[in-house]
Design a protein. Structure first.
Length: 211
């Protein structure tokens, strides 16, 4: 009898785990910057907005809502450069004195959004919450492309929805990288006209000398 009861308990627990995974399987969480590639001249700065997006399918309901918004978001941002590209960071939930920075990374601890930020519905079933805004310096021509990547800093319940009970999202988030690319400065229209006229004058003088 005991064996039967234990077996039934095992089956019930297994079914609950399967159902839980299926429930989360219909909801996708992504953390990403608002552009895949930021382009500007070397030395300039670009503004990158870090977002969390929740997308539901199969008729499921958004967990992030006006009544249960994003409650916390610890996040680490890294960049592939030998110099510090980060100029500044600002966000609704950034708590002063809780940052941990290095040459090519920044960890923001205990980002709080009391009592929870619902973000905005960007399409049916998809909601986006702005985690914060970062200013990066465009790399120089020697290394014209830098990769910027958000990560889970593994500080505990890093991403959580302010609901009862709290819904922790850490194991269900996909992090996406972006690039910052230095481009060659484009001459202003006036400069192009001036150069064209100058070149035309040089060619005209050259032809006259040949005659």
């Amino acid at each position: 009898m005991d064996i039967v009861i234990r077996t039934m308990r095992f089956v019930v627990v297994g079914l609950l785990l399967i159902l839980a995974n299926q429930a989360y399987g219909a909801i996708v969480y992504e953390v990403f910057f608002d552009q895949d590639d930021y382009r500007a001249t070397a030395g300039d700065t670009v503004v990158a907005n870090l977002m969390l997006r929740e997308t539901v399918t199969d008729g499921d309901v958004n967990r992030i809502s006006p009544t249960s918004g994003l409650g916390s978001a610890n996040v680490e941002v890294t960049w592939s450069s030998e110099t510090n590209l980060l100029s500044s960071q600002i966000g609704l939930g950034f708590i002063p004195g809780t940052t941990d920075s290095g040459l090519n990374r920044l960890t923001l601890r205990q980002i709080a959004f009391p009592p929870g930020v619902a973000g905005a519905e960007v399409s049916p079933g998809a909601r986006e919450v702005s985690i914060g805004t970062f200013q990066f310096q465009v790399p120089d021509a020697v290394s014209p492309v830098a990769l910027i990547t958000p990560n889970d800093p593994s500080l505990g319940a890093d991403f959580a929805i302010a609901a009862t009970p709290t819904t922790v999202l850490d194991d269900f988030i996909v992090f996406r990288s972006s690039t910052i690319t230095a481009i060659t400065a484009i001459p202003e229209p006036g400069s192009v006209v001036f150069l064209s006229c100058s070149l035309g004058g040089i060619l005209l003088v050259s032809r006259r000398r040949r005659k």
